[in-house]
Design a protein around this ligand. Sequence first.
Ligand SMILES: NC(=O)c1ccc[n+]([C@@H]2O[C@H](COP(=O)([O-])OP(=O)(O)OC[C@H]3O[C@@H](n4cnc5c(N)ncnc54)[C@H](OP(=O)(O)O)[C@@H]3O)[C@@H](O)[C@H]2O)c1
Length: 367
Amino acid sequence: MSRRANADNRAGERPAAEWMARAVDAARTTHPHPNPRVGAIVLTADGLLASEAVHESPGEPHAEAAALERAGAAAAGGTLVVTLEPCDHHGRTGPCTEVILAAGIARVVVGAVDPDPHVAGAGIRRLREAGLTVDVGVLAGAVETMDPGYFHHRRTGRPRVTLKLAATLDGQTAAADGTSQWITGEAARADAHQLRAESDAVMVGAGTLRVDDPRLDVRLDGFTGPQPRPIVVAGHHPLPETAAVFTRRPLVYSPQRRGDLGDGVELEVLWHPTGVDLAAMMKDLGGRGVVDLLVEGGPTLAASLLGADLVDVFVLYFGGGIAGGVGRPLFEGEFTTLSDLTGFDVVSARLVGTDVRIDARPSRGVE
Ligand SMILES: NC(=O)c1ccc[n+]([C@@H]2O[C@H](COP(=O)([O-])OP(=O)(O)OC[C@H]3O[C@@H](n4cnc5c(N)ncnc54)[C@H](OP(=O)(O)O)[C@@H]3O)[C@@H](O)[C@H]2O)c1
């Protein structure tokens, strides 16, 4: 047993919430989407740590199955602490409920009920029917906060959409000539790369593709996780053949068939009188397993998504410069009267280097 496990064992019988907090922390850094982040801990019948595991990636063992395998015979009569309700159906792996029953576990402590319609209480019912003690809801809020995109995706069928924009202190996202690199400093840009690292896909509009030619990849030292898929929303104007993102197997949504896309670019046509059918696009992305979507602008796409009520989190970086005039706004369009305001609640504001990051959510209370 490791030195850490020995130290934990000396703590003897610890409250389930402490073990749950440890399982949540372990799962936090994983990226198994479209599957959930899950952490599991097995305690012996004496309440000592036997093993722990996380769910690493789709197709790999679920956290509880991995932890139980590591625990072996030590699990008999013991407790399983798991952040998310165990599954009771066959997916790429077998039902975790069967593994739990086979291991002889006596008590299961569950963080959150799994909102996936394939689970949704069935795992808990099965374990209770088999005579196990099942406690549900231990640190459920922390479990959901650790992987909010998963809960949103399973409840709505679409990704959790984070819209990120950077503006001058007086709210301009680009100069009239289109230049915008860079409005914010290095620390804020690294912070934005962390947002990419936590996302399954990163989206821009065709205007940003034409002007900024972004790669939309994560460029952070030590990043080993899966790269987010690049996504472009394009209307009726041509796209540049040499765009850097075209080397990264992008997905292009357009209201029309088009001949300006090279090999390796996937086109999805979703027509709507105003351009791409954005609600259908989000359903399509959800179906493709995109759980966390980061939208990096620009102002036209941002306005379309805001107008369609498809922004779940708004991250705004304010750089130190003042434009002192009219260039490009955060959201394209006109603000004719105060009742046009879209209600957002600021949930945090902090300095990132010499810039300010503000996080806000729609007042409609979307998670
Ligand atoms: N500061 C920042 O955070 C930030 C971020 C991104 C971009 N920018 C700046 O913003 C400027 C570009 O602005 P922009 O408004 O042109 O950028 P954009 O929103 O990225 O692109 C606009 C284009 O995207 C397509 N599009 C957007 N919504 C659509 C919909 N619902 N259906 C179909 N097509 C849709 C259209 O393509 P078609 O043209 O093909 O019709 C539209 O002209 C650049 O100067 C860039 O540097 C700043």
